[in-house]
Design a binder for this molecule. Structure first.
Ligand code: INI
Length: 170
């Protein structure tokens, strides 16, 4: 398994004061269950309270943006982790759903101001999907949870009048 261009994951930031929604598609559940488990494990490891992690299953990847937006609009969550699995078939269906999921999640995050992490696999084969949903640090659900924690922490800091961070200067 050589995926050489990827960076080593940053250590998990503190999630002890964050509330996180996980939207997970049931389609290809043999993969998305593992993405969900990877995300939950990362959130626990980062100190998130059990009661601060809420999981919302949806039918498929197409429905993820709708649920992510609805969760964000409740005002109860600091970030949303979006998890799904699209495996390319012989029809253009894959491309339509993949584009709708990516664009829909991007729009929902922008419109609601709640950061959303993209843990939706788009692979050519089942093997590629399973490989990205294994136990350990390569799990893409874990990666999405880490991104959600980092972004929620950044948004909180940017919104705070006391500790507003400056970006790096060149
Ligand atoms: N949904 C997925 O999450 N992954 C897929 O691979 C997939 N395929 O192949 O069709 C899929 N389809 C269902 C879709 O997301 C919707 O749930 C469905 O169209 C109902 O709106």
């Amino acid at each position: 398994m050589m995926r050489g261009q990827e960076q080593a994951p940053a250590p998990l930031a503190d999630a002890s004061r964050l509330r996180i929604a996980i939207i997970v598609a049931r389609f290809n559940a043999f993969v998305t269950d593992r993405l969900r488990d990877g995300a939950v494990a990362a959130l626990r490891e980062a100190g998130a309270a059990e009661s601060a992690i809420e999981i919302f299953p949806v039918p498929g990847a197409f429905e993820i943006p709708q649920a992510a937006r609805a969760a964000a609009e409740t005002g109860r969550f600091d970030a949303v982790v979006c998890l799904g699995c699209l495996i390319r078939g012989d029809t253009p269906h894959f491309d339509y759903i993949a584009a709708a999921a990516a664009q829909g999640i991007t729009a929902a995050a922008g419109d609601t101001g709640v950061p959303m992490a993209f843990g939706v696999l788009t692979t050519n084969t089942t093997e590629q999907a399973v490989e990205r949903a294994g136990e350990g640090r390569d799990n893409k659900g874990r990666e999405a949870a880490a991104a959600a924690i980092e972004m929620a922490t950044l948004y909180r800091a940017l919104a705070s009048t006391q500790s507003r961070p400056s970006g790096f200067r060149v």
